[in-house]
Design a protein around this ligand. Structure first.
Ligand SMILES: NC(=O)c1ccc[n+]([C@@H]2O[C@H](COP(=O)([O-])OP(=O)(O)OC[C@H]3O[C@@H](n4cnc5c(N)ncnc54)[C@H](O)[C@@H]3O)[C@@H](O)[C@H]2O)c1
Length: 281
């Protein structure tokens, strides 16, 4: 594989683009919002320059950056080896994207989604060839988190899963295989319950945001508390993920508490909007 086409240049797409270009891939970073593309490119440039200052790059930042091309259509996905979609966490958005991509991409190109919670089988349901469709789930921040979950949908072929695994190793990450669709996969399924418990403790007035975070950092040795982590991930992303798991399992203990919904309605989405459980300048 030589070329990666990434859809969505937000938190995840921009991080994945930087990672792949650092690993030597030709990257096409596509977004339908020109402002987001501009922001993403500047962020990647800034981050590469910082790494260069610390002598953490194998080649110079300028050369790595020239491997990233920004795109506002799917046209140039025609010669890509693998697609990683990191657009909004919304089934219709993802269906619209993959309908176009299936048409444009080579028949042997792998189509991957970075969804946090939408079943892979459901996204692949609109494809003529769902065998080449796979979940490739990165963690935030992409440059720091070593893990990538590879999720097989109902029709994903072993060959697609194997090639995706090799790709993940090639960009310096560690894959785990999720052998069948399961809402939240592994990490979000387990960690999501910790988020819900933290929100319920807050709603009941058992402890403050700061003290719950402190308890988890100092008591469990986690680098971040649940509220710090939700602010980093984005409260809209957390809510969508929780609703996805609830809708699939229908287990009441997966239903997100009111405080999370209200904060999302109020636009308090965490770091990306400057306000979540904490304020950011
Ligand atoms: N934020 C996280 O911590 C995290 C972690 C793992 C996975 N994910 C998943 O990754 C995906 C992206 O999340 P994010 O946090 O980077 O979102 P984000 O809101 O930061 O970025 C999404 C980007 O997609 C673009 N976009 C939306 N519709 C598009 C379309 N039709 N065509 C092209 N571009 C489009 C938007 O303009 C935006 O720039 C979601 O599926 C999310 O669930 C997020």
């Amino acid at each position: 594989m030589k070329t990666v086409f990434i859809v969505g240049s937000g938190i995840m797409g921009s991080g994945i683009a930087q990672l792949c270009s650092q690993a030597g891939y030709e990257v096409r970073l596509m977004d339908n919002d020109q402002k987001m593309l501009g922001k993403a490119f500047k962020k990647i440039e800034w981050s590469l320059n910082k790494l260069e200052e610390k002598s953490l790059l194998k080649e110079n930042a300028g050369d790595i950056l020239t491997r990233i091309k920004i795109e506002n259509t799917f046209e140039n996905a025609s010669d890509t080896d693998i697609v990683i979609e990191a657009a909004f966490e919304n089934l219709k958005t993802k269906h619209d994207i993959f309908k176009e991509l299936e048409h444009v991409c080579r028949p042997d190109a792998i189509l991957g989604t970075n969804t946090s919670s939408i079943p892979i089988t459901e996204i692949a349901s609109i494809l003529k060839n769902p065998q080449r469709f796979v979940g490739i789930h990165f963690f935030n921040p992409v440059h720091k988190m070593k893990l990538v979950e590879i999720i097989k949908g109902f029709a994903t072929s072993d060959d697609t899963a194997q090639k995706t695994k090799e790709f993940v190793f090639s960009i310096g990450k560690e894959p785990v295989m999720v052998n069948c669709d399961s809402a939240g996969f592994i990490v979000n399924r387990i960690n999501g319950m910790a988020f819900l418990e933290a929100l319920q403790l807050l709603e009941k007035g058992v402890a403050s945001v700061e003290d719950i975070d402190k308890a988890i950092r100092l008591g469990l040795g986690n680098p971040m508390g649940p509220f710090e982590l939700m602010d980093l991930v984005g409260l809209d992303v957390v809510l969508n993920a929780r609703m996805g798991i609830y809708n699939e399992t229908r287990q009441p203990n997966h239903f997100p508490p009111g405080i999370l919904k209200n904060m999302v309605k109020a636009g308090c989405l965490g770091r990306k909007t400057g306000k979540g459980f904490y304020e950011y300048k």
